[in-house]
Design a protein. Structure first.
Length: 131
């Protein structure tokens, strides 16, 4: 058996695997695919190290938090920025115990992926306009 990094030119060999959908949105610059192959070259195991973009540091001046306009503009702008960059999914977080941000992320359709981390795919819930 051989363990090696699978070059991007060979990623199509993983067609039909759960990893295939993830690979469609990445390149070798942000994703490394480790495979185990038999002596005959059959891939019998795979695992990927994926660098996912993440969002950090959202803040709105306290004097502009009530009306929602700044939040809506940030949300619309970030959706547009992610789309323009070809980024379908990002990681983000709510600080431990921050129920306001956790509630916002749930409202936006983000999926929890740990104690305080969320995966957000903006296009999945693009109709949501209220931050």
């Amino acid at each position: 058996m051989t363990t090696r990094l699978l070059p991007q030119r060979e990623w199509d060999r993983l067609s039909g695997t759960p990893l295939c959908a993830i690979l469609a949105t990445h390149t070798e610059d942000d994703c490394k695919v480790l495979v185990v192959e038999t002596d005959e070259g059959q891939i019998v195991g795979q695992w990927a190290l994926v660098g996912l973009p993440h969002l950090e540091g959202i803040a709105i001046d306290p004097h502009h938090q009530k009306g929602g306009a700044v939040g809506r503009r940030l949300l619309q702008g970030m959706r547009a920025l992610l789309k323009a960059q070809g980024i379908p999914t990002v990681l983000t977080a709510a600080a431990d115990g921050d129920t306001h941000v956790a509630g916002l992320l749930a409202h936006l359709g983000a999926s929890p992926v740990g104690a305080q981390f969320y995966s957000w795919t903006p296009e999945r819930n693009a109709s949501c306009q209220q931050p």
